[in-house]
Write a protein that binds this ligand. Structure first.
Ligand code: ZN
Ligand code: ZN
Length: 413
């Protein structure tokens, strides 16, 4: 939106995520891509002067959604193979994946392995249509860790920064500090580390812990030196609790946390980003995709444990952020996470995780995830009220009337 552009949205039923209510008959004035006033028509009209009017027709208007765990470069679920693709080809896919996320209502996303300053710049300059891109560059993994895609027989690993691998491999104090500094010098908003094994990596065990305590401490020190934070991939309570004790500020997944984890989250003011939809998709599509029966059983365990973990964290007062973690073609199911979370959280709690709490995690309070004056004009006009049924957001095509980013309506195709 150019500096002189203005937009006056009238007849809006404004959804307040903080209070959990909807106020009809509101006006929102947007100037230079920012919200400059929200209130009764009579109050805003004076300030709006002759600004162009968009009549919301009484529909619900809410802040644009935030997804706290995405991989916008993950054009395929085979991340090992992707590391050998042309970076230009990967960027072409990212352009499509980003635009699709925006049309699904996500006006800000936090990428936790893969996206770099170049993609963020492309969105910022309007070369790519997409959500605001909060990036961390490549994840840090130990040798044989969740970011090491080598098979047991492979010896060499190409760590060239231009290769579209989602992680760099680093071991020992000097190497982990250098890897963290390399991401930070490109403007990374956070440093992502692998604290435990995972499903996609070929040689590690899901129940392993990764990186030594000294290595984790060193990475946390590097991030905190420049006022950034470390987020860590971890499933088991052992890996989660170890990370939280070492100063990791945000845990990704956390499906198998225990009571001690809840205590540590609260004590350290740390965040949990569950990503349940990714296991739901594996459960629904896995068998058809050739997933063996034993693995399907594992998916069940992680999925149901994940819901229980979310329930436990929610009741325990942990700060919870919305996340999805879908790879490749499965990304189209991004909004299903809303319906899954609605099984254990109230609609307002889910909305909060995808707006206010996500903004707080990223240090963007008052700028995104809110419809207050001074915030970026990122908002959604909806055909139904998600406070009454959060599952409506799982169906963006029928629920979202208009997506507005930076004060500009996003075209539907
Ligand atoms: Zn992960
Ligand atoms: Zn992930």
């Amino acid at each position: 939106m150019s500096p002189e552009q203005r937009l006056h949205i009238t007849n809006a039923s404004v959804l307040d995520v903080e209070r959990g209510n909807v106020t009809p008959g509101q006006s929102i004035l947007i100037e230079s891509g920012l919200i400059s006033a929200v209130g009764a028509y009579s109050d805003v009209e004076r300030q709006a002067g002759g600004a162009p009017v968009l009549d919301a027709g009484g529909k619900v208007v809410m802040p644009g959604l935030i997804d706290g765990h995405v991989h916008v470069t993950a054009a395929t679920a085979d991340l090992g193979a992707m590391s050998e693709w042309s970076p230009n080809y990967v960027a072409a896919h990212s352009s499509r994946l980003l635009a699709d996320m925006l049309r699904r209502g996500f006006t800000t996303v936090r990428d936790v392995a893969g996206a770099d300053y170049g993609l963020a710049q492309a969105v910022e300059e309007g070369l790519f249509l997409g959500p605001r891109l909060i990036f961390g560059g490549k994840a840090l993994s130990q040798s044989g860790g969740h970011g090491d895609m080598r098979t047991p027989g492979a010896v060499t690993h190409d760590d060239h920064p231009c290769c579209p691998a989602i992680a760099v491999i680093c071991d020992g104090d000097v190497s982990v500090r250098k890897a963290a500094r390399e991401q930070l010098r490109t403007g990374a908003h956070h440093i992502k580390i692998m604290l435990s094994g995972g499903v996609a990596s070929p040689t590690d065990r899901v129940d392993s812990t990764q990186f030594s305590e000294a290595e984790i401490t060193a990475i946390v020190e590097e991030a905190e030196a420049v006022n950034r934070y470390v987020c860590g991939h971890a499933y088991t309570a052992r890996a989660v609790n170890r990370g939280l004790r070492m100063g990791v500020r945000c845990i990704e997944h956390g499906n198998l946390i225990d009571d001690e984890s809840i205590r540590l989250f609260v004590e350290n003011d740390a965040y949990l980003v569950p990503t349940l939809v990714t296991y739901e998709r594996l459960k629904q599509d896995g068998a058809e995709a050739g997933l063996p029966v034993v693995s399907q059983e594992k998916v069940d365990l992680v999925l149901y444990a994940g819901l229980e973990a979310l329930n436990k964290a929610n009741k325990g007062g942990v700060k919870i952020v919305f996340g999805t973690d879908l790879l490749g073609d499965m990304q189209i199911h991004q909004n299903q996470e809303f319906a899954i979370r609605g099984r254990v959280q109230s609609a307002q709690e889910v909305l909060r995780s995808a707006t206010l709490t996500a903004a707080e995690l990223m240090g963007l309070e008052g700028k995104v995830g809110t419809l207050s004056a001074g915030a970026y004009a990122d908002l959604l006009i909806l055909n139904s009220n998600p406070l009454e049924d959060i599952a409506v957001l799982a169906d963006p095509e029928s629920t979202i009337d208009t997506v507005i980013k930076n004060g500009e309506p996003v075209s539907a195709d």
